[in-house]
Design a protein around this ligand. Structure first.
Ligand SMILES: Cc1cc2nc3c(=O)[nH]c(=O)nc-3n(C[C@H](O)[C@H](O)[C@H](O)COP(=O)(O)O)c2cc1C
Length: 506
């Protein structure tokens, strides 16, 4: 394996690739005794129980403004990351949440920052997932400092409430070692997808910020900087008419690029990667994001239109989020072309869903950096093979003709989901280009955007009564080689789609 002089992100990505030889060498049993507890506890603070606002709001006799505000925040948090199923293991129950998480490790936390509203007096709150409550652990003025750590972002000048997502690396590193850095940001992307979608249900536009003074924001939230780090800020913008707030230029901020780095040992890669993707007190300005264009065209290839009637949601978004589970087993039966087309349309063409009350322009960090490839192994109406998905032209362009079932099973580390899926979606990016635009911070943005797209894919599939599961463990280089995905495209994430086996779970 070569190390690249280009940037630390590229080096980190190479060092954390799974290879058939490496995985055999590094496989060791998990030490269940040392697994970090996935819930944060606060010894001091005032709790606001959000359950009544979720379940019995009509019986509450509070001031109507307070009631309405707490109802909205209660539901927003529940649909984003609340407990949607409990597996009653004898020694300790396993709490499953509205957003999926690699290995069910849930490294994310959510904080609410309030400028001071009737329902939420100014201060800092942590969302206690298990109890569905908010604990107000800081009750002094905080908004001005918050605004400063986010470089006076215009969204926060407008908003009165904002969410901050953070990540506790050890919850995921315990199992995935250095490669956990990829997974925690994919997880966070899924969570951001839920916040975005649940936000529209509650009349908020999720104004997304990824550029902030990392250590300043961690300090503001009283995080232990060795354990926990802010990952994204979401301004909750009142947006009932679907209008976007006014702002100028690109607000996706870069960090420095790290081209001069030592050889970092296994075990220290995650921390080094994180520290070198931080933004300090004075941010650099980024180039404006490129307009999204279809990157690959192959003049004589087979092309398949992905135009389809939109999915009819009929107010089922909330139920879909609550019912969503990662499918544990597919039957191996085919999907239909219409199902795949509809999943792609919901994921990539949000304007088509405007009339159904969805946000027509959900925010990502920079989708122009992400590409999508689809391996079709069983879709009635589409030839088998690997395709590039061109969202602007709304078509699949075939790059290789073959049924890859057996290979995908192997590439996904022998997981049956890969073998029995009808279609497998790959999100990729040119890391060099991404780092040139956003410094090492690009690595976070790419994984969060891929997770966010993944969450839309998940929910569309569940709405269509299909099975779906993310896969973040795969033999990186072999995916490109076998499927014919250009080698500049680093594979970030895989989402499998198929018919769910009702015996093997959802
Ligand atoms: C980033 C990410 C990676 C995942 N990777 C895998 C995987 O490799 N194999 C798998 O079976 N499930 C995978 N999953 C699904 C998780 O195991 C699942 O989300 C978790 O067990 C919680 O269950 P739920 O999604 O049904 O709520 C992944 C999920 C995410 C978000």
């Amino acid at each position: 394996m070569t190390t690249s002089p280009d940037s630390f992100s590229i080096y980190y990505h190479q060092q954390t690739k799974y290879t058939p030889e490496g995985i055999a060498r590094s496989a060791k049993p998990l030490d269940w005794e040392s697994q970090p507890y996935p819930f944060k506890k606060y010894p001091v603070g005032t709790a606001i129980d959000l359950i009544p606002y979720l379940l019995q709001a009509e019986t509450l006799t509070e001031d109507p403004v307070v009631l309405e505000e707490r109802k909205r925040i209660s539901k927003l948090l529940y649909l984003s990351y609340g407990v949607t199923a409990v597996v009653p293991y004898p020694d300790h129950p396993f709490y499953m949440r509205a957003a999926p998480s690699a290995g069910g490790l849930y490294p994310a936390e959510i904080y609410l920052v309030s400028r001071g509203t009737q329902g939420f007096p100014e201060g800092l709150y942590n969302y206690q997932v298990k109890d569905h409550s908010l604990i107000r652990f800081w009750d002094s003025p905080v908004w001005d400092k918050f605004l400063a750590t986010c470089f006076l972002h215009p969204y926060l000048r407008q908003a009165t409430l904002a969410l901050v997502t953070t990540t506790l690396f050890d919850r995921s590193r315990w199992r995935y070692q250095d490669r956990a850095y990829r997974r925690v940001y994919l997880d966070t992307g899924h969570l951001l997808g839920n916040i975005e979608l649940a936000g529209t249900l509650m009349g908020f536009h999720a104004g997304l910020l990824g550029g902030f003074y990392d250590d300043g924001l961690a300090d503001l939230l009283y995080l232990d900087i060795e354990e926990e780090a802010p990952s994204a800020v979401v301004a909750l913008l009142e947006n009932p008419e679907g209008e976007r707030p006014e702002w100028e230029g690109s607000l996706v901020l870069p960090s420095e690029k790290c081209i001069d780095y030592p050889e970092v040992e296994a075990g220290a890669l995650l921390r080094f990667m994180h520290n070198h993707s931080k933004i300090g007190q004075s941010p650099r300005v980024s180039q404006p994001a490129a307009t999204e264009q279809d990157k690959y065209n192959f003049p004589f290839c087979l092309k398949v239109s992905t135009e389809a009637e939109p999915i009819i949601w009929q107010d089922k978004l909330e139920a879909t989020i609550i019912q969503r589970r990662s499918t544990r087993q597919f039957t191996g039966e085919d999907l239909t072309i219409r199902e795949l087309q509809q999943i792609l349309s919901f994921t990539y063409l949000p304007t088509k869903y405007d009339s159904q009350g969805f946000d027509p322009s959900p925010e990502y960090f920079d989708l122009s950096l992400l590409e999508t490839f689809v391996a079709v192994t069983g879709v009635i109406g589409i030839d088998e093979g690997c395709y590039y998905y061109a969202p602007q032209a709304r078509e699949l362009r075939q790059i290789r003709f073959k049924n890859f079932r057996r290979e995908i099973n192997y590439l996904c580390l022998g997981q049956d989901l890969g073998r029995d899926a009808g279609a497998v979606i790959f999100h990729t990016a040119d890391l060099k280009k991404a780092v040139d635009r956003y410094g090492e911070r690009a690595y976070r943005y790419l994984h969060m955007d891929a997770g966010h797209l993944g969450q839309r894919i998940n929910l569309a599939a569940i709405r269509l009564d299909l099975g779906v599961s993310g896969i973040a463990g795969f033999f990186d280089d072999q995916v490109n080689e076998v499927l014919g995905i250009p080698e500049d495209e680093a594979v970030l994430y895989i989402t499998t789609l198929g018919r769910p086996s009702r015996r093997g779970g959802t």
